[in-house]
Design a protein around this ligand. Structure first.
Ligand code: SF4
Ligand code: SF4
Length: 231
């Protein structure tokens, strides 16, 4: 899921200030904490109140989209509304903002949120954490399932560094456990310290350059070609 954080209300208002009628679109997809229809309505009410302090009468409507990162769903959900509005404000992650601007090019869509990271929700611990930074070359088969790229503040491939004290990371003031100590403990538990001692060469950043791109049916085509070759 994409972990997001609402922008400051004044910041959001500044983005939509030049417009009189805005469509506020929530997203029912993986965006966390949830930013759906209710959140879109609350944001609309807050922006309306804010506009009144500037003697303006902002008109708005709240809707929600099943998944704003899906081009067809986004276009078919939002297109019927856009003629009535001057701009769109979205509560989706950055993917939704980009997609809205792509499939509805005749109107500007503005972000109400900051996208923080792709992460998980630990309900018991009441937090969201980045467990993977989608590096394109997964090495956690060698690290006991703990990701050193997302988990280590310095993204080290061979740790821990000298900043580790009693299992805690110096970055953040020793409040977060060192990923490499967690990796060591995990591999020790399974008698796999041979993996810990293995030297990992410099990371190849070509696997994670932007923009990330993958043909959807590439694997399927390969399978099909393989099958045809065999027949
Ligand atoms: S190594 Fe870490 S960042 Fe890379 S794909 Fe695996 S879990 Fe994700
Ligand atoms: S203390 Fe551990 S987690 Fe922190 S930067 Fe060093 S190796 Fe990475």
């Amino acid at each position: 899921m994409i972990i997001t954080q609402l922008k400051d209300l004044n910041q959001i208002y500044d983005l939509i200030k030049p417009y009189n009628k805005i469509l506020i679109a929530g997203c029912d997809g993986c965006c966390q904490p949830p930013r759906s229809l209710n959140e879109a309505k609350v944001l609309g009410q807050l922006l309306e109140l804010k506009s009144r302090t500037e003697n303006k009468d902002l008109k708005w409507k709240a809707i929600t989209v099943l998944r704003q990162c899906d081009d067809r769903i986004t276009a078919t959900t939002c297109r019927p509304y856009i003629e009535e509005f001057d701009a769109i404000l979205t509560l989706a992650c950055g993917l939704g903002v980009v997609m809205m601007n792509k499939v509805l090019p005749e109107i500007l869509t503005f972000p109400a949120q900051n996208s923080m990271f792709g992460g998980v929700q630990n309900t018991g611990e009441n937090n969201f954490i980045e467990y993977c930074e989608t590096c394109g070359d997964c090495i956690i088969g060698e690290t006991g399932g703990v990701c050193p790229r997302a988990g280590c503040a310095k993204h080290l491939s061979n740790g821990p560094c000298g900043g580790m004290v009693e299992g805690m990371c110096e970055v953040g003031g020793y409040t977060i456990p060192c990923a490499w100590v967690r990796i060591w403990a995990r591999l020790k538990e399974f008698n796999r310290l041979d993996l810990f001692k293995k030297y990992r060469g410099p990371r190849d950043f070509r696997t994670s350059t932007s923009p990330g791109y993958m043909t959807v049916y590439k694997d399927y085509t390969n399978i099909k070609e393989e099958k045809e070759g065999k027949e």
